[in-house]
Design a protein around this ligand. Structure first.
Ligand SMILES: NC(=O)c1ccc[n+]([C@@H]2O[C@H](COP(=O)([O-])OP(=O)(O)OC[C@H]3O[C@@H](n4cnc5c(N)ncnc54)[C@H](O)[C@@H]3O)[C@@H](O)[C@H]2O)c1
Length: 365
């Protein structure tokens, strides 16, 4: 059955303070609430809808159930000239990450390279947001998180390991940044909401049911019960395992297998672990030369021949670059289901103004 895709056009500059006000009503400090709202908006701006405001209700739910602390007093457990291990004290992952990347950048500016490891954190949304911010205009960045077990092992039964998303970013002058932001799974869990909303089948080789049977039906089982297949078989699986080394093992946090489910175990703390690695480009060569070569690499990719009817080759980060330009010019297109949830949450804590923010209803063709 065809479903009409209904969305609201929303100005980013209005949505962020609105969402931040809701978060402050739940007890988040205003500065931290702004960081959280901006990071969620950034995912939607980049077109990563699986990790934008669609998740707002999930975080609030965890706050209500006591598994996510609204205050985020990040502290330093240990540090050296170019490393640090931080404790996020179970606060909002976005706030922990923002503080961790500020420390990583400051250390890399002084010491050329920095690696900051974080424990007792929470879901940080789209990895690319953090890699992109960490890289800025002058660094190469590598960022990752661990996550609850959701990905199957090749040939295995059930859930084996987290999707452990990671992102690399590097400055690319007029093209923004080269930025690859992926998980080890064939498709991020948050995308299930979009397939359900539009009643569209999944592409093949992405999801198994709890019975281990591969399915393309987004209603085959409960949202939280789908098992993700790794991308590229043993390659994606192997990447997920090695990401545990950079996250759980280096920080001393729990293994993926010990982490409760984000979507199902609402009352259980996740104790996620993350890392932020920054390398100053100038340590190796003049920044202008590096950026010039990034642009040359992208122009080479754009010049590649493609099969008849195929779209031009894009660089990693280009879909987000295009989405960002459109969102900042024309506003965000937020699904009606998400707008409804935001409205309800705002009403429940007495935040007004939703009618003025969500005033342009569109039926997408
Ligand atoms: N926090 C978590 O626990 C968690 C878990 C899983 C995924 N995620 C996030 O979900 C999002 C989606 O993850 P995914 O694994 O489904 O990634 P994806 O398959 O959507 O791939 C996205 C990446 O591929 C690039 N890309 C897309 N099309 C391209 C093309 N034609 N040519 C070149 N590059 C192209 C994009 O620029 C981007 O870097 C990411 O932001 C990820 O960080 C978060």
């Amino acid at each position: 059955m065809e479903v009409t895709d209904v969305r609201y056009r929303v100005e980013v500059s209005k949505l962020i303070p609105f969402a931040a006000e809701i978060l402050t009503k739940y007890g988040e400090d205003p500065e931290d609430a702004a960081i959280t709202a901006e990071a969620l908006a950034e995912a939607d701006i980049c077109g990563v809808r699986s990790h934008g405001f669609v998740r707002f209700g999930q975080y609030i739910n965890r706050v209500k159930q006591g598994s996510l602390a609204v205050k985020t007093p990040v502290s330093i457990i240990s540090e050296s000239r170019n490393t640090a291990l931080l404790d996020g004290h179970n606060g909002f992952g976005f706030v922990v990450c923002q503080k961790a990347l500020e420390i990583a950048r400051a250390k890399a500016e002084k010491s050329n390279i920095a690696f900051v490891s974080v424990k007792n954190s929470n879901h940080f949304g789209a990895a690319g947001i953090w890699a992109s911010r960490l890289a800025g205009r002058d660094m190469v960045a590598f960022v990752g998180t661990n996550a609850e077990p959701i990905v199957s092992a090749p040939g295995g039964l059930g859930r084996a390991i987290g999707s452990n998303p990671f992102s690399w970013a590097a400055p690319a002058g007029k093209y923004g940044q080269l930025c690859l932001d992926i998980s080890a799974g064939a498709m991020a869990q948050g995308k299930i909401w979009e397939y359900r909303r539009l009643n569209k089948p999944f592409p093949p080789h992405c999801w198994l049911g709890p019975d281990g049977v591969e399915t393309t039906d987004p209603f085959y089982t409960d949202f939280a019960e789908f098992i993700m297949m790794p991308f590229g078989g043993h390659k994606g699986f192997g990447l997920a395992v090695m990401m545990e080394v950079f996250t759980s093992l280096l920080s001393g946090g729990p293994l993926d297998a010990e982490i409760p489910s984000l979507a199902r175990d609402m009352d259980k703390q996740q104790h996620l672990t993350q890392f932020f690695c920054a390398i100053s480009v100038e340590t190796f060569r003049p920044l202008a030369e590096f950026v010039g070569d990034s642009e040359r690499l992208i122009e080479y990719l754009h010049s590649l021949p493609v099969k008849e009817g195929a779209a031009p080759v894009m660089y990693p980060g280009e879909p987000e670059f295009i989405s960002r330009r459109a969102a900042l010019k024309d506003g965000l297109l937020i699904p009606e289901t998400v707008v409804r949830e935001l409205n309800e949450l705002a009403e429940s804590v007495g935040v007004a103004g939703a009618a003025q923010i969500f005033d342009q209803r569109l039926e997408m063709s």
